[in-house]
Design a protein around this ligand. Structure first.
Ligand code: ACO
Length: 325
């Protein structure tokens, strides 16, 4: 039986030029390179330049994904952009990208699910494609978390970075079997009972300011390992797969210890896990597409392979996607 599938036909990424190694923090913050590496695995991250906006990063990633797929902006029906650090409260950052890349039709909107944003964007893009609402969608994760850091809080400000990644998803006919290329399953979850574990202490209707990030790191850590494992297993089961079918785990890049523990619980060896956290820090919604772009560039991820992407962030919100590349 023929069925529509959302197939990845292009990948793009962009990192701001400024690289910030751990050593840059030690001049003015009570921290050390060794502490940051041992607790998080992070060695450096990129920070956007003054005046460089989330949309600027997203535009670069979108253009690279389009070029990779061999399309122009006019070939695209929709843009879904996952971000918690939009340029403005409104309009959506996605519409800024739409205009900048020269896309004059279709529709564009933002999704906000913090670090799980890309999993949410993928699931929504897949649903739009399967419903026949769009044929080609640019799915972008783009963030400037450096703009919402509390620089006096050493427990958070060393962990995050800026960047953007994009996938071009395209409707293609499949057979309905797990042998098809494309998104084979997605799984989304949230639980607002955990709002207070990870949040930004400002907002339009509450303080009329952007606010800064506040995180109960230890609590998030525990939820992360348990919930990431569960959502990855659920998505795999929906796709009709088990752990043995996984070629690559492409996790949200928040902390190397979380990545290792989750892989261990999934019974997947680290040689099958794409890791970029050491060079990117936690780029929130951008981390999975940045890791996918890295995996492709390095020749690690190959056509036909099965990938499991999993992410968790503020909300709490978490989710996973199983993709045959
Ligand atoms: N440098 C030096 N020491 C530090 C630093 C620092 N940057 N930060 C904290 N410390 C100290 C603490 O004060 C504490 O000292 P104390 O024992 O004297 O009180 C000690 O180091 C240990 O701190 P912990 O908080 O226990 O460290 P932990 O091992 O839990 O690591 C971390 C902290 C890295 C934040 C970890 O808990 C973590 O990664 N949590 C999950 C974060 C995450 O996954 N977020 C994902 C979602 S993000 C999103 O949605 C936006």
């Amino acid at each position: 039986m023929s069925t529509l599938r959302s197939v990845v036909t292009g990948v793009g990424s962009y990192l701001p030029k400024r690289v910030v190694p751990n050593q840059e923090f030690t001049d003015w913050l009570d921290t050390s390179h060794d502490w940051i590496v041992s607790r998080s695995g992070i060695e450096s991250r990129h920070f956007a330049a003054e005046g460089e906006l989330t949309s600027d990063l997203a535009i670069n990633a979108a253009k690279t994904a389009l070029a990779d797929a061999g399309y122009t902006a006019q070939d695209i029906d929709a843009i879904i952009l996952a971000t918690s650090t939009p340029d403005q409260t409104f309009p959506s950052t996605a519409t800024r990208v739409q205009y900048a890349i020269g896309m004059t039709g279709g529709f564009a909107f933002d999704i906000q699910a913090v670090c799980a944003g890309f999993a949410y964007a993928l699931a929504n893009a897949d649903a739009l494609i399967l419903a026949g609402q769009a044929k080609r969608i640019l799915v972008i994760g783009a963030e400037t978390f450096s703009r919402i850091m509390n620089w006096e809080d050493r427990t958070t400000c060393v962990l995050f970075g800026d960047g953007a990644g994009a996938l071009l998803l395209e409707a293609q006919e499949g057979t309905g079997s797990p042998a098809d290329r494309g998104i084979l399953a997605t799984d989304l979850n949230s639980d607002g009972a955990f709002n207070d574990l990870l949040y930004v202490d400002g907002g339009v209707s509450s303080t009329q300011t952007a606010g800064v990030l506040v995180m109960e790191g230890k609590e998030i850590f525990k939820h992360a390992v348990q919930k990431l494992t569960a959502t990855a297993e659920t998505a795999l089961a929906k796709a009709g797969f088990g752990q043995n079918n996984i070629d690559w785990v492409v996790p949200h890049q928040a902390n190397l210890r979380i990545i290792r523990l989750t892989a261990q619980k999934l019974r997947v060896p680290m040689k099958k896990v794409i890791v970029t956290v050491q060079n990117h820090g936690n780029t929130s919604a951008a981390s999975i597409p940045l890791a996918l772009a890295h995996g492709k560039e390095q020749g690690l991820i190959k056509p036909g392979q099965v990938l499991v992407c999993e992410a968790i962030g503020g909300g709490l919100a978490w989710g996973a996607a199983v993709i045959r590349w």
